[in-house]
Design a protein around this ligand. Sequence first.
Ligand code: 13P
Length: 243
Amino acid sequence: MRKVVIAGNWKMHKTQAEASAFVQQLMPQLDGVPDDRELVLCAPFTTLDLMANKLKGSRVKVGAQNIHWEKSGAYTGEISGPMLQEIGIRYVVVGHSERRQYFGETDATVNARLKAAQAAGLTPILCVGETKQQRDANETEAVITAQIEGAIADINQYNLVIAYEPIWAIGTGETCAAEEANRVIGLIRAQLSNSEVSIQYGGSVKPANVDEIMAQSEIDGALVGGASLEADSFAQLAGYQQR
Ligand code: 13P
């Protein structure tokens, strides 16, 4: 069974005080959300311990936004799998386009980070997506295929979530048409040996468009930036098609 995963990616937002207030506002709003939906909040490193404590025993899982491929070592500024695992982190975003664009992430480092996440018992959320330029040059399929191929070599596909995030749709308000996201996600699925991997769409997902996105046959969830920063809005996303 393909699992529905609704995940917020807070990026570099929220202090501990803000994260605390968010959790307090969110929890009472999740009452009517069907149990079979996995809810995840991927928070900045400094809030992870607090988030994991506050959400312990609740249905909301906590995710990190990056992970190093070694367990420990001389890697200033990095955080390892065992460090995340120790404090109760269950998911980790790997290969987000912002990390590929600003921090030199490559398919090879993405592959190494995916392996480290799985080795630490975390579920990685692998992000792939094309730029506007690549889409306009009809390179979308080739780019996505190469990113998936490079990332998933020797990866356990039974502990993996993938997010298709067209870069031109991130933070722009310009959502990829639901049918087009569905088509690309179908192509990604065709590349996998496990056809039941949950594949999310990400890029300007909001309460106003989530129903249509989630109605698509290949789309198993959403990875949400901006609209995950307010508790009300994240609760509405979690409760898609129920409100
Ligand atoms: P937005 O939802 O703000 O477009 O961000 C999407 C994203 O990058 C999630 O990882």
